[in-house]
Structures are given as C-alpha cells and as structure tokens.
Design a protein around this ligand. Structure first.
Ligand SMILES: Nc1ncnc2c1ncn2[C@@H]1O[C@H](COP(=O)(O)OP(=O)(O)OP(=O)(O)O)[C@@H](O)[C@H]1O
Length: 541
C-alpha cells in the first residue's frame, strides 16, 4: 500500500454542495424500529449535531453511514453519488471516518503504529515504518496536535488518545468525520481544543463534521445545524443560531425539562464512608497516594478529576475490587474486605465501565437486574431455587420506573442503547436500598430527560440519609449534584471546594495541577478568584 495522501486541510472541489444526504433510512431490529424513514442533509464546511433521547436511534444511523450496519431500506448519497456500504472499509474509501465513544486503540502500540494499523505503507513486502512515522509527524504538526508519534498509546491521557483516533481517520483522508459523544471523557480545556480544531480548521477547510452529543450547551456552542431524532423518527433540523438548551431539550424529549438539579442544602449526619490515608498500588507508582476523606449520611461528595488520576483505583478500593496497600476504609464504622463483604455493608456501586463491570451483555434484562442477588431473597428461596415470577416482576417494575427502553425482560443487555443500559444499572443499584452509593459516571451517555430523573432519584435518596460518593468526568454534573467537591490529581486530593462556590475554570485548573502544587495541595493553593470567577459559568449546564 502506498502512503495515503491526506491533506484534508487543503480545500478540494466537491461535486455537490451537500456532503451527505440520507434518504428514507429505515433500520428494523427484532424488537424496535431504530430508524424510521430518516432523511437528513449535511453540508460541506459545516458542523452538524445529532441529538435525541437514549435509544432514539442516533448511533444506529451513524453506524449505517459508516458501513458497520446495513440499513433495512433507504439511500445514502455521498457528495452527490449514491453509495452502498458493505463494511467500514467501503465508507472509509469514500472519505468517511468515525470516532467511537469507546476508543479502538491498541494500548501497547505507539501513536504511529496505531494510526497506520490496517493501512501500513509498504516497501516491497515489509512495512515502511520510517515513511509512516514521518507522515504521522507531519500530520501532527499540520493539525497542531500535541502528540508524540513515538509515545505508547496506553500511557497517554484520554484527550491525547482521542487525538490518535481522530488522526487515524484523517490519515485515511476522512472528509466527513463522525464523532459519537466525543467530549464525554475530556477536560474543559481538552474540549475547547477539540472544538477549535473541528470548527476552525477541519470544517473551515470545507470538510463536514457530524457529532452526537447529549451535552446541549456544547451542541449550541460548536454546531451550525442541529438535527433531533425521537423514537427513530426525524423531528427536525434547525440552525444552532437562535436555539436554546430549553428548546432543544423540548424537541428531544417532547416536554419541558428541568436542566438544573432541584435540591435543598444537605443535612449531613453520621459518617458513613471513612477513607483514611489510603494507598493503592498502580503499575509504576501509587495510583492512590494517601487519600483521606469522609462522606456522611445525607450528603453527596463529588470527586472531580481528569480520568487516570487515581479515581478509578480509589473507587475499586472502596468497593472491594482492589486491595488497599495501606490506610483504612470503614463503612458505617466497620471494615470489610472484598466485593461481597463491602456489598453486605450496604454499599451499592454504579461502575464506570458499564459493559465490563456493570452488565453481563448476553444475559437477559431480568437476569441483569438481579446480578449479585441471584442467590438470596427476594429472588431465590432457601435452597437457592430462583423465584422466576418475582424476578420477572422486578424487571418489569424497574424498567417502568426508570423508563428503560424498549420494555423487555428478555432482551440481552448488550442490545440496549448506551443510555438505556446505564439506566438499567442505576435502577438495579438503587433498588438495593444502599446506605452508601458509589456512583462512577452515573449519567455518562444518558439523555437530558433521564439525567433529570437519575439526579432527582439520587437527591431524594440523599434526603432519606444515603451517603453518596460521586465520581464524574462531567464537571457540570459534579457541580450540579454534589454538596462538596474534592479534586483528585496524581493520586492525591488536590483540594476541596463547596459546590456552591465551584466554577468550571477553577475546578479545571485544579484538575490539571495548575491550580495548586501537584502534591497534597490545600484548597488555599487555588485562588478563590479562580475557583469562583463566574457564577454564570457554574450554572451553564
Ligand atoms: N444490535 C441491536 N440489536 C437489537 N436492538 C438494537 C441493536 N442496536 C440498537 N438496538 C436498539 O435500537 C434502538 C436505537 O439504539 P441506538 O443505539 O441507535 O440509540 P441512541 O440514540 O444512539 O441512544 P444512546 O443515546 O442511548 O446511545 C434502541 O432501542 C436499541 O435498543
């Protein structure tokens, strides 16, 4: 294979003013009509957002455009030419690239190796690595990406890993770039950088961006045009100029949505979760390095931080998944070891990786709703015999209460859309009536109506005495839901801020170590002005 010529930032003459035209796309799955006669036009040089509730059919539509799923019927037209895609390779050949929510990178390979994987330039029968490396370095420079072509991908922060994913598509000459919830794991600064590239370089050079997002303020900020899908149908396409989060939310959900969490000040009681000087070993250094804090019954303590700063390991230690090297964790005054004992102490856990830890993807909805409780009352009798009618009713009731769609007790968990899968986990964990809830990214990928519901369920449980530890990469969520906010940086608590005084800028600075020393910084190391510059900013979500 010769080296792809990928000067996607130099303008080309397009055949048609429209990059992508979808005509009557329908996709039928056994239980649902995921896309129902959808038509949509995306113009060259524009950023086009695709919004809609969980399960509305956004990812399905984009997978069809990317050739990873065939439509049941309908037509795709790229730059004026009707196309049929049998695989992503066909779509890539027509200049379409897609960046998925779950990165598809090989952690042990370098940036260059990942970028060229499957499209390696060859010299005779061997890979011309030197030429590839030179090309990747040129592209990194051209796009202004802050990336080392020789860095091992597994050691990079998520923001840079995402750039590798984008680079992969640009290296292959993508002129239409699809991104599925690209900012879910980024810091505010990384998000700004990404948007600047997409809008001011990539789209400005005449390419097209389609991006799926549940974050409406971002949608309004970056896009030129917004299409909204509901229940598989196209509700409408509007210009971003003049739209508001309220109008968009209403178009998506079909009713008015409260965008701010309604909660009264917390009324903290006794200590429920006590973490003292906890150290958890990481691969090279301590992942959690002497962390201490308490969460009381009746309060929500949020942990903000860039992913990879020890939050995951801290959660795994608290939930009994990882051993604690030193220090102590107590639950309602008692210590516990391992997942079972921790659970028995009244701890529920919403895990950050729903596919790996939260669900058994090929098991049914009803079975997933009782994971961890399948051997005991109320779901099993004394001899371990399953009470199938109770299990079935439990699934029906929870799916109804948490609006998990489609309503099915037998659907394998792997067939739910991302947000509905998340609602299933939240429903299961809240049903247990925990005393302590460890919620990692509880609304990642969840739509605005469901976020409203999950947040109000958590607040209601807090008011009844639940102690909540919230870990979220979504700063808006941390600021909206928490009563107190701790910031984690390089395995340590870099500071604490009352939620009422927090702003995105201030937290963002602390999260990247710029707000204070890298060590066990005190809140005073971040200037109050940085933490609470604009109240308005804190209320953006
Ligand atoms: N492989 C599949 N088999 C069966 N049903 C599926 C499959 N993939 C998606 N669906 C269903 O199609 C519908 C649309 O799902 P899709 O993932 O496109 O929604 P979405 O709008 O991207 O949602 P989210 O915001 O939650 O990611 C959902 O009801 C989902 O359960």
């Amino acid at each position: 294979m010769t080296l792809p010529q990928t000067d996607v930032l130099s303008e080309v003459r397009h055949q048609s003013p429209t990059a992508l035209e979808l005509r009557g796309i329908t996709k039928r799955f056994p239980l649902v009509l995921a896309n129902d006669n959808i038509s949509m036009d995306v113009g060259w040089g524009s950023v086009h957002a695709l919004c809609g509730e969980n399960g509305a059919g956004k990812s399905t539509l984009m997978k069809i455009v990317y050739g990873s799923q065939p439509p049941t019927s309908g037509e795709i037209i790229v730059d004026g030419q009707p196309v049929t895609f049998n695989s992503p390779a066909d779509a890539i050949a027509r200049g379409i690239g897609m960046v998925f929510q779950h990165f598809q990178l090989v952690d042990t390979l370098t940036v260059t190796e990942n970028v060229i994987l499957g499209a390696e330039p060859t010299q005779g029968t061997s890979i011309n690595y030197g030429a590839a490396r030179k090309r990747v370095a040129e592209l990194v420079k051209q796009f202004g990406f802050d990336l080392d072509p020789d860095a091992v991908v597994g050691e990079l922060p998520v923001g840079q890993q995402q750039k590798v994913e984008i680079l992969k598509t640009l290296y292959r000459g993508a002129r239409i770039l699809i991104l599925d919830e690209p900012t879910a794991v980024l810091t505010p600064a990384e998000t700004d950088e990404l948007f600047d590239f997409l809008k001011n370089q990539y789209a400005k050079s005449g390419n097209a961006v389609i991006f799926i997002s549940h974050k409406l303020h971002e949608v309004l900020h970056i896009s030129d045009t917004i299409s909204v899908i509901r229940d598989g149908k196209m509700i409408g396409t509007i210009p971003a100029a003049g739209a508001t989060t309220e109008t968009l939310a209403k178009m998506m959900v079909g009713r008015d949505v409260t965008l701010k969490v309604n909660k009264t000040p917390a009324n903290p009681r006794e200590v429920a979760l006590d973490v003292q000087n906890v150290v958890v070993k990481g691969e090279h250094k301590n992942a959690v390095d002497g962390v201490s804090f308490q969460v009381r019954a009746g309060e929500i303590v949020g942990i903000a931080g860039v992913e990879g700063n020890g939050q995951s390991e801290l959660v795994e230690a608290i939930t009994g998944l990882l051993p604690v090297q030193s220090g102590q964790i107590t639950y309602l005054g008692k210590s516990a070891k391992g997942v079972k004992e921790v659970e028995a102490s009244g701890v529920s856990h919403i895990p950050e990786d729903r596919n790996e830890r939260g669900l058994v993807l090929d098991m049914s909805t009803a079975e997933n709703y009782i994971l961890g409780e399948q051997d005991r009352e109320p779901f099993a009798g004394p001899l371990g015999l399953l009470k199938l009618d109770v299990i079935e009713k439990n699934a029906r009731d929870l799916s109804e209460e948490y609006d998990v769609r489609p309503r099915s007790t037998s659907l394998p968990a792997g067939s739910y859309s991302g947000g509905n899968a998340q609602k299933l986990i939240v429903a299961r964990e809240m049903r247990k009536g925990p005393k302590i809830l460890v919620a990692s990214q509880p609304t990642r990928g969840v739509d605005i109506g469901a976020i409203e519901f999950i947040h109000s369920s958590i607040v209601k449980a807090r008011d009844q005495g639940l102690a909540v530890l919230l870990i979220s990469a979504d700063l808006g969520e941390v600021m909206n839901l928490s009563d107190r906010i701790l910031v984690m940086y390089e395995g340590k608590i870099a500071g604490e801020v009352p939620a009422a005084q927090a702003t995105e800028t201030g937290l963002g600075l602390m999260m990247t170590g710029s707000g204070g020393a890298a060590g066990q910084a005190s809140p005073a190391q971040v200037s109050p002005a940085q933490i609470s510059t604009t109240q308005q900013e804190g209320e953006r979500q």
